[in-house]
Design a protein around this ligand. Structure first.
Ligand code: FER
Length: 295
């Protein structure tokens, strides 16, 4: 009888404390990014929206999930590219639509709309010439205004999406990771789910990013920081993680094998997308996942 009670107690204990957001080791199956023809596929649109910020019409891609219907309502992930890319970079190199289609076929992700913007908010927004040019780098910061005041309103006017903070996510790779942390944490009333993949030196310093850790704790549903262990930019992610840990802001810090490339970012998308828009327990401890070995 005592043994039964103890077993019941332990079961209950684990069921209640195991956080909803978990990334276990080796959770990325080898075929996660392989096209499957026998499953339902989402759809990719190209949209053109007017940017008051830049003063021109700008392009973005929009992925709608399998079973998409105007009669439904969806949360939105804004997924941002790096310094050498534009709105097509994820599509060309990461094929997020395949990763997402596979997640849906496996019942592993919440239906969501994924917007792939051009994060270089300037008239010439292609990755041409010196991509590290000051004006081009500044255009990545300028995208905050374009995103908040031009692109998000356009998406919300043309797609059946929720418009509240808890149904909006922003994540990105490298420059886009820095943007996601800067914009997401700088606008906690707009974004509840924030992810920086291999974030670049455009990432604000931790104290600038999170001057009010208590507010971040209250508002965020997920804060994801990841980086390849061979990436020269690891210091950006590790300094952010150290600050978050010091201030006890729950987050996932995911160090993975690899460098500054799409193998890492595809793994990140696969893992991050599964966490989005799902219930989160309030007592999640900060989660440090070292030596995880996806794919
Ligand atoms: C830098 C190194 C890398 C930098 C940006 C990057 C603005 C961005 C890399 C990428 O987006 O892949 O010093 O400064």
């Amino acid at each position: 009888m005592i043994r039964l009670l103890l077993t019941a107690f332990f079961l209950l204990f684990f069921i209640t404390i195991v956080p909803a957001q978990q990334v276990n080791e080796r959770t990325v199956p080898p075929n996660f990014d392989q096209l499957q023809n026998n499953i339902a596929h989402g759809h990719i649109d190209t949209i053109v929206y007017h940017s008051k910020t830049v003063g021109v019409d700008r392009k973005a891609l929009v992925y709608t999930p399998p079973g998409y219907a105007k009669s439904k309502q969806y949360p939105v992930l804004y997924l941002l590219h790096g310094i050498g890319g534009d709105e097509l970079e994820w599509l060309k190199n990461g094929q997020p639509q395949i990763i997402l289609d596979n997640l849906y076929a496996a019942g592993k992700a919440e239906p969501m709309i994924v917007v792939l913007p051009n994060g270089r908010a300037m008239k010439e927004d292609r990755a041409v010439g010196n991509i590290f040019d000051k004006a081009k780098v500044e255009a990545f910061a300028n995208f905050e205004k374009d995103l908040l005041h031009d692109l998000i309103p356009f998406v919300e006017a043309h797609y059946p999406v929720y418009t509240d903070q808890k149904h909006r996510a922003v994540a990105g790779l490298s420059m886009g990771g820095g943007q996601s942390l800067n914009f997401g944490l700088g606008n906690l009333d707009r974004f509840a789910w924030v992810g920086g993949f291999s974030s670049a030196p455009n990432t604000k310093t931790p104290a600038e990013l999170l001057p009010d850790p208590a507010k971040a704790k209250e508002k965020l549903k997920l804060l994801w920081i990841s980086c390849g262990t061979q990436d020269n930019l690891m210091n950006i992610s590790s300094r952010t993680h150290a600050y978050l840990e010091e201030h006890q802001v729950p987050h996932i810090f995911y160090e993975e094998p690899g460098g500054h490339d799409f193998k890492v970012w595809k793994n990140d998308l696969y893992l991050f997308a599964q966490l989005l828009f799902k219930p989160v327990t309030t007592s999640n401890p900060a989660k440090t996942l070292k030596k995880a070995t996806p794919k």
